[in-house]
Design a protein around this ligand. Structure first.
Ligand code: FAD
Length: 439
């Protein structure tokens, strides 16, 4: 779906309850009461839309990219939290049960015990829920445990808010608004059912197996998989998949990895995996033939469908993975556009596929620049980190406006590179980046 459709569609969903309330033409209440109801309804719409913005729907993440999807998910979650926290304090109409003769809800907020309880539950749980998500990296539990808690927390909050809105909401008794909420709740449940039930069922019909695993650099592995039956996944160079190795297709044990091989190299699909934690450190023990399930392809760090007079690939560490896929596909297709690869590592031993990259540099109009921050005595390449100075030195202003710049690596490097590129006149629309961070 085109990004220019997604944003208006999202705004329409969050504003629709306000419009549907206004159209009811109920007698007005004090200004801040109306603001409070409006904030609460907008927050409810945002919360339900968050299920769709979880990054697992390819229609969305394939269009605007995983990074933008997840940053948006976080930003609007904080906005919804602020609205919810303010909501009970803005009313001047007294709290209390609905009075039989007060059909337009002007004299009291009409809260019975159940609707008050569901409102309080959501109001108490939501801040903790958002805080735990914001501070995820500092928590002692495993990533999969956090994911399960996040999922369950989201469902509990959504159920409580749905009950509170339908039972206590002055405007939500209206059939049009109630119908709108029903549609939104169904969409949220549908997207959950898709990612946790339907997508795993589809995965289960296309099993893969590990067909190659070898260490290719310090703390880095090349993992190869191939379909056991049927054709291999169709993907665009630079995209990523969720890999589930050796668990049930319904398991939460799945990690995102960029495909480092080119679509032209199918049916085998390869990855570069860096050891960082539980799963990646145990990868070396995976036996050939182990079952693998794929969810994807996801992401939009790709050249396909974009015009570019030249291609700049900027990788920090294992961020090379998707960019390798792109370079390999360019070679396979005989793409003759100029290509510059800037590839940073801490030490030279971390460079993956050194020989292949040296051969790539022999291609016409191609440059491969290695940067190492802790060089050995015999290192002859660039020294330092990928920073503004090196970006300016390697790329310069020529071609800035019509090349495409694809950046992948640690978040801090991406920020520096994006700033440096815009500094030399690259329009932000010509920079595509992906952080290896999903939250
Ligand atoms: C779009 C994308 C593409 C990626 N591509 C690559 C790649 O090509 N090569 C590579 O080496 N790494 C890649 N990563 C990073 C990789 O997913 C994590 O390093 C890996 O999941 C860590 O798992 P762990 O159990 O070994 O580490 P842990 O110590 O458990 O986790 C380290 C960090 O990795 C992330 N992480 C852990 N488990 C998951 C999970 N199940 N789902 C999502 N994130 C998780 C969390 O941020 C966590 O804090 C990519 C990440 C993203 C978001």
């Amino acid at each position: 779906m085109h990004p220019l459709i997604l944003l208006p569609a999202y705004l329409a969903v969050t504003v629709a309850p306000l419009v549907l309330s206004w159209l009811q033409d109920l007698p007005p209440r004090p200004f801040w009461d109306e603001v409070s109801s409006g904030l609460a309804m907008a927050a409810f719409a945002i919360m339900l839309a968050e299920f769709v913005l979880s990054g697992r729907l390819r229609t969305i993440s394939g269009s605007i990219g995983m990074d933008v999807t997840m940053r948006f998910h976080q930003l609007v979650a904080r906005t919804a939290l602020a609205f919810v926290l303010l909501h009970p304090f803005l009313y001047s109409t007294p709290f209390g049960r609905a009075l039989p003769w007060d059909t337009t809800g002007q004299l009291s907020l009409g809260l019975d015990t159940a609707s008050l309880a569901s409102g309080v539950i959501a109001w108490v749980i939501l801040p903790g829920f958002v805080l735990i998500a914001v501070l995820r990296d500092r928590q002692p539990f495993r990533y999969e445990t956090w994911r399960l808690l996040h999922l369950l927390g989201a469902v509990v909050v959504a159920v409580a808010v749905t009950h509170h809105t339908l039972a206590a909401g002055r405007y939500s008794a209206d059939p049009w608004l109630a119908g709108f909420w029903l549609l939104l709740v169904t969409t949220a449940v549908g997207s959950l059912a898709w990612s946790r039930l339907a997508a795993p069922l589809l995965k289960a019909r296309h099993p893969y197996e590990v067909c190659g695993l070898r260490r290719i650099a310090l703390r880095s592995w090349e993992l190869g998989i191939r379909p056991i039956r049927g054709p291999a996944l169709r993907f665009r160079a630079g995209q990523f998949v969720w890999l589930n190795i050796g668990h049930s297709p319904f398991s939460l044990h799945e990690n995102p990895f960029s495909i480092s091989s080119a679509p032209a190299q199918r049916p085998e699909i390869r990855f570069v995996v860096k050891e960082v934690g539980d799963f990646t450190r145990s990868l070396g023990t995976v036996a050939p033939g182990t079952r693998v399930w794929l969810d994807g392809p996801h992401g939009n760090l790709t050249l396909d469908g974009r015009s570019a007079a030249g291609v700049a690939l900027i990788a920090g560490g294992v961020g090379i993975a998707p960019l390798l896929g792109i370079a390999r596909q360019m070679l396979a297709e005989g793409d003759r556009r100029p290509l510059v690869l800037l590839y940073g590592n801490r030490v030279a031993g971390q460079i993956v596929y050194g020989d292949e990259l040296a051969a790539l540099a022999d291609r016409p109009a191609t440059r491969v620049v290695h940067v190492v921050s802790e060089p050995a005595a015999d290192w002859t390449g660039e020294v330092g980190q990928i920073d503004r100075a090196i970006v300016e030195r390697v790329f310069g202003p020529e071609g800035a406006a019509d090349w495409l710049y694809l950046v992948c690596g640690p978040p801090a490097m991406i920020d520096v590179v994006e700033d440096a590129l815009t500094g030399i006149g690259v329009p932000s629309g010509r920079i595509l980046s992906e952080r290896f961070y999903y939250d």
